[in-house]
Design a protein around this ligand. Structure first.
Ligand code: CA
Length: 298
């Protein structure tokens, strides 16, 4: 594990599927220095409240900023966050990202929602390309959704296809964690039984949010029985990559995003690195170790 962690910006569509909440909790427990959370794509006012809720619950010291709203989706935690008072940056998300990147020698940007905000950032601030790395949850190269071994246009990249293409073509360092490595990334069985006994306040909060999501979420993501399993933890995998690259098989080469938003290898594409394989058992153990950490202090 790399203990010399970079500063971290999280660009997220939290508050819809539950995996973003798990990823933010994971980042906090892993000891990332989270400088900024930007919310993207849908239901921005609600997502800002969700981000503020996570900031308060996890005692984070980060800034929060919002992006352009392009859709309305699902708001399973609306009741929980409705009275949250937000302290939101007056900056637009892409400007807040640039400000945070500009303050440090190097910053990782975990892009775990549709690429609207990160696309705007790379287009407006090309001079910052050597000051950060963008690690995305996105794409489906050889494997598709849970149980389907056929690639397809994955949600984060297809929802704002032009922004996704802007990120890939930007010249910034971009690493993709596609469905190939995370569509089976689920904590279940004996690991899940252990997770349920976690003592730290972060994982206890995540489990409460997960139970709430099980009751109130009526979207497209798969719900497993919460007595025995988490939901699919797509968004934890790019953060786990930053911590330990050896858990993955990575391919670096020329990739493109087609009109439908599908990521694939192509001779006339742009340089990118894509995680295509994962040591699943070892990676789940590594994630569980972090969710079980004791002595969380911020
Ligand atoms: Ca997400």
């Amino acid at each position: 594990m790399d203990t010399r962690l970079n500063k971290l910006i999280i660009d997220t569509d939290l508050g819809d599927d539950i995996d973003d909440m798990w990823a933010i909790g994971f980042a906090a427990l892993a000891g990332f220095d989270i400088r900024l959370i930007t919310v993207c794509y849908a239901d921005i006012e609600y997502k800002l409240k969700c981000a503020q809720y996570m900031k308060d619950a996890l005692k984070l010291e980060c800034a929060i900023a919002g992006g352009v709203e392009k859709a309305r989706t699902h708001t399973p935690h609306a009741q929980r966050v409705k009275n949250v008072k937000c302290d939101v940056s007056p900056l637009a998300a892409e400007d807040a990202i640039a400000e945070a990147v500009g303050k440090n020698a190097f910053t990782d940007i975990a892009a775990i929602g549709p690429m609207t905000n990160v696309g705007a950032f790379v287009k407006k601030y090309p001079a910052l390309k050597d000051r950060c790395r963008i690690v995305c949850m996105g794409g489906s190269v050889y494997k598709g959704i849970y149980g389907v071994d056929r690639a397809h246009a994955e949600y984060n990249l297809k929802s704002d296809r032009d922004a996704s293409a802007a990120v890939l073509e930007s010249g910034f360092t971009v690493v993709y964690a596609p469905l190939d490595v995370n569509r089976d990334f689920i904590i279940d069985g004996a690991r899940y039984r252990r997770l349920r006994t976690a003592k730290n306040p972060v994982t206890q909060k995540l489990l409460a949010l997960y139970d709430e999501w099980q009751l109130n979420y009526h979207g497209y993501s798969i719900k497993f029985d919460s007595a025995v399993s988490t939901a699919i933890q797509y968004d934890t995998t790019p953060l786990l990559y930053i911590l330990d690259k050896t858990l993955y098989d990575m391919d670096c080469g020329r990739y493109g995003i087609d009109r439908a938003g599908k990521l694939g290898k192509t001779d006339n594409g742009h340089e990118a690195c894509v995680l295509l394989g994962i040591d699943r058992e070892k990676a789940l153990d590594a994630a569980l170790d972090i969710f079980m950490r004791e002595g969380y202090e911020h």
